[in-house]
Design a protein. Structure first.
Length: 360
């Protein structure tokens, strides 16, 4: 059961993300300022997580140096503040289904970043290396189709109404393309966040405190942006309605729970594994978007989504096959493994030299 915990954790994370896409679209379509939404979401997550971080990690909390704080500030600004604000801006121009489709490009983007930073192995002589590269290319192709081709609508349930009295308005093609581009840029920022968590956790292993600090810093950063864009007091007002429910869900459940679970999975399995479960979000969101909000599912979204998911599992298959290959045959080694191999080599040479001296 211990070996299955990371898999179960990521299924829970992606199920929560499906709810995030649905509730976020509901709040923004209802007129809530998306910049303010991010501020409330991150601030609420900080308030909820802070007591847990204090009581559970205060005895073993690591020292926070200026260097580590600057790293956390930079990672929070790129991977959370920028990524999240772009995500909600893009949601104005797209649907909840597409908001759950484009994150399937995150594994390919994460894989490319880990290759560039030499955190992941790649050997084109083996089938698993070719599968990882082919899967990445297919994912990118699916993302291009999503951004450049909308196509005719395929599925909706016009006769069924739940939360909305009418179907959501049709988005023009130019705005749709703009929304997809912003969504993909947001996903690239999130991929960078996943990758940067690896060295960040090594520098500061207290994961709950690290998550809380990132949420707090992103709330401050997003507040500066929100005040610069919209200073009306009415934009910051929350009523007892679905907007408040959306903020609470995204702040407490999504940010508070999923960030910590993802940090735990990154530490156990690495950033590429963590990024591999996004298709679960797509399936759940697509079903509920059609049923609850009468959203249309377009041909371009279906083709692009299928390519992204197919490419995703190509990368996943290659990674699983690679794990069964001996380390010496995997081609490019991780930096830590190279250091360990060099250290062993030096120790062997020193032992051999000492034995040679004794023999002489």
């Amino acid at each position: 059961m211990e070996s299955w915990k990371p898999y179960l954790a990521m299924v829970v994370v992606q199920s929560i993300y499906a709810g995030m896409a649905l509730f976020s679209k509901l709040a923004i379509s209802g007129g809530m300022n998306h910049f303010v939404f991010v501020v409330y979401r991150q601030a609420l997550a900080s308030v909820v997580l802070a007591p847990f971080a204090y009581f559970l990690e205060r005895k073993e909390a690591h020292a926070m140096t200026v260097t580590i704080f600057c790293k956390v500030f930079l990672v929070a600004s790129i991977g959370i503040s920028l990524s999240m604000n772009l995500y909600y801006v893009a949601m104005k121009y797209t649907s909840a289904t597409l908001a759950a489709t484009t994150p399937n490009a995150i594994p390919a983007c994460t894989f490319l970043l880990t290759i560039l930073l030499r955190m992941e192995r790649l050997n084109m002589r083996y089938l698993h290396g070719q599968a990882k590269v082919a899967g990445t290319v297919i994912c990118i192709g699916g993302a291009i189709i999503l951004s450049s081709y909308k196509g005719p609508p395929l599925i909706t349930l016009n006769h069924y109404h739940s939360f909305h009295a009418a179907s959501l308005p049709t988005t023009p093609k130019k705005e749709w393309a703009k929304g997809v581009f912003l969504m993909l840029t947001s996903n690239a920022g999130w991929s960078l966040w996943l990758v940067l968590q690896v060295p960040l956790i090594k520098s500061y292993p207290s994961k709950l405190t690290l998550t809380t600090l990132q949420c707090f810093l992103s709330a401050l950063q997003s507040a500066v942006v929100a005040f610069a864009v919209d200073r009306r007091a009415s934009s910051w007002k929350l009523n007892w309605d679905l907007n408040l429910i959306s903020v609470v869900y995204c702040g407490v459940v999504v940010t508070g729970v999923t960030h910590w679970l993802q940090l735990w999975c990154i530490e156990k399995k690495g950033p590429v594994f963590t990024a591999m479960f996004h298709p679960v979000t797509l399936l759940i969101t697509a079903i509920f978007s059609v049923i609850l909000w009468n959203e249309w599912i377009y041909l371009g979204s279906v083709i692009g989504g299928l390519l992204i998911v197919g490419g995703l599992y190509g990368v996943l298959w290659g990674k699983n096959k690679e794990d069964k290959v001996p380390h010496k045959d995997r081609g490019v080694l991780r930096k830590s493994e190279r250091k360990e191999a060099e250290s062993k080599k030096r120790r062997h040479s020193e032992v051999a030299e000492q034995e040679g001296k004794q023999h002489r």
